[in-house]
Design a protein around this ligand. Structure first.
Ligand code: ADP
Length: 499
């Protein structure tokens, strides 16, 4: 084979790049939807069976990348929620609280293994219903969901070692309400510790992403859990409110918006129900002059764009020390041009679809506010699909702390870049938000990382990385990002009373 001179090869590369609009084009590599067997209609999972809702109501759940209807899903009424809570109560009194903890563990291990066995199907379904790239569902969401069940199964018969000298007791029925950004993973975060601690559950997935939770219901059935230990009811905010307000629910766990979190906190005040809230965020990444810049830029991209910014702890604010600001902004702008936006089922896609029209409208509105306030947008040049909900990754420069895009949660692929001079200024700016979920610090100096991390009012602080999750590590917020922890030994606490 004739060997080209390096210069000639480079020219060829440049020519091809230009041909494809400055971006390497991969051949399309769509994941097949064949493993997913969709039902036309999904009922409620109550007392170990799929039952038609007493409400008689169903609503369509769609694929946000194509707007096609995937299935009809039940919309549970107060009566349906009451049936679910009754079944959970009965299962709690009759079986689950009496079961030997090591037996409880076996059921939870079984769920974990079954999630692993059905990982491919679950990943595809997650992507179809939520719009996130298959790479994320396949490599992060589903394996982590299984890992949470494995991890908490291990705790079921060791609770007295987790809290030495105390007498950990289950609470009863846990009412759990989750959002659409990590549908199966959030269900695992909620259900696994609740079951391990001896509680039974009624879980409501988000109205826009109910399908993997309903598949989890099937797994629970196949794993032969006693009927009523896990109940899954689908519906909208009113269904969630019915769970929260049910007098027979002992514990409420909620992940979602700060706005709804506040409503829930008011609703449970004075009822004696135990509550955990994991709410919004406006997380900061801080890049110091001495950071490994390429690594930091990759971390920033991962933190805000790889999941359409649909992560409560998305690094949506970036603070760069002035000495490297120009370089970081240039690299960020170059890097966003290489992001692949499009079909979430394609294995090469980096940025998928926005989860719903409502969410897209919110992102569009805030980005317009950013432009109106004089911030300068830099966007990925790409052709967005005609159907479905899409937003091109956007980096804003010339941002001031007071701008709405630097203050409000956007929950989309939008990054605000600000600068700072001293570490003190970085900390002050990063903490200047009503939220406190997560943060990232990028520096070559370990001591500096620890020093800054200790000053940041955020539940999770990553050093020279971002968005890393592990079931053994607690996650949760400060301030308006909520309270209580999920994951780790700390994640057991919300589901126990320590006598
Ligand atoms: P997001 O912005 O993530 O959609 P929401 O807070 O609107 O956040 O929704 C999160 C979950 O809370 C969803 O399952 C939703 O149906 C549910 N929900 C919405 N309103 C209420 C409410 N008033 N009480 C209980 N749950 C609610």
């Amino acid at each position: 084979m004739a060997t080209e001179k390096p210069a000639a090869r480079l020219e060829l590369v440049n020519e091809r790049m230009l041909q494809f609009g400055g971006k390497w084009q991969y051949a399309s590599a769509p994941e097949s939807t064949e493993p997913v067997k969709l039902e036309k209609k999904y009922n409620l999972f109550i007392n170990g069976k799929f039952v038609a809702p007493k409400s008689g109501r169903y609503y369509p759940t769609i694929n946000p990348a194509t707007e096609e209807t995937l299935a009809e899903v039940a919309d549970a009424s107060d009566t349906d929620v009451d049936l679910a809570v009754r079944s959970a109560r009965q299962a709690y009194e009759k079986y689950w609280r009496k079961l030997k903890p090591s037996e409880r563990a076996k059921y939870i291990f079984r769920i974990a293994r079954m999630i692993q066995e059905r990982a491919r199907e679950l990943s595809i379904l997650e992507t179809m219903n939520g719009g996130k790239p298959i790479r994320m569902s396949r490599d992060d969401d589903i394996p982590l969901a299984a890992a949470h069940f494995f991890y908490y199964a291990g705790w079921a018969d060791k609770l007295e070692y987790a809290f030495p000298g105390r007498n950990p007791q289950s609470l009863g029925v846990a009412g759990q309400i989750i959002p659409w950004n990590f549908p199966l993973l959030m269900a695992a975060w909620k259900i696994a510790p609740a079951l391990a601690c001896g509680n039974t559950v009624v879980l409501k997935p988000s109205e826009t992403t109910p399908l993997t939770a309903l598949e989890l219901a099937r797994i629970v059935q196949d794993a032969d859990l006693p009927p009523g230990v896990v109940n899954i009811v689908t519906g909208f905010g009113a269904t969630g409110a019915a769970i929260v307000n049910h007098p027979n629910v002992n514990k409420v766990a909620f992940t979602g918006s700060t706005e709804v979190g506040k409503i829930i906190q008011r609703a449970v005040a004075g009822t004696g129900k135990k509550l955990t809230l994991e709410l919004g965020g406006k997380s900061a990444n801080i890049i110091f002059n001495d950071a490994a810049i390429d690594q930091a830029v990759e971390g920033i991209i991962n933190g805000i764009f790889y999941n359409q910014g649909h992560v409560c702890c998305a690094g949506s604010r970036l603070f760069v020390q002035e000495g490297v600001a120009e370089k970081v902004i240039r690299k960020l702008n170059d890097r966003i041009q290489t992001l692949r936006v499009g079909d979430p089922l394609d294995k090469n896609t980096d940025v998928g679809a926005i989860n719903s029209k409502m969410q897209l409208d919110k992102i569009t509105e805030l980005v317009k506010a950013g432009k109106d306030e004089g911030c300068v947008p830099h966007q990925t040049r790409c052709t967005l699909p005609k159907k479905g909900f899409w937003f091109a990754p956007t980096v804003f420069t010339n941002v001031a702390m007071s701008n709405r895009i630097a203050q409000e949660e956007i929950f989309g692929p939008v990054l605000s870049v600000l600068t700072f001079r001293t570490p003190e200024e970085a900390v002050e700016k990063a903490n200047n938000t009503p939220y406190g979920l997560a943060a990232g610090v990028w520096s070559d100096k370990g001591a500096k990382l620890f020093k800054i991390a200790n000053k940041l009012r955020a539940g999770v602080v990553w050093g020279n990385t971002y968005n890393q999750f592990d079931p053994t590590s607690p996650f949760g917020g400060y301030k308006e990002s909520g309270f209580g922890r999920e994951g780790g030994v700390q994640g057991l606490l919300p589901y126990l009373s320590l006598e």
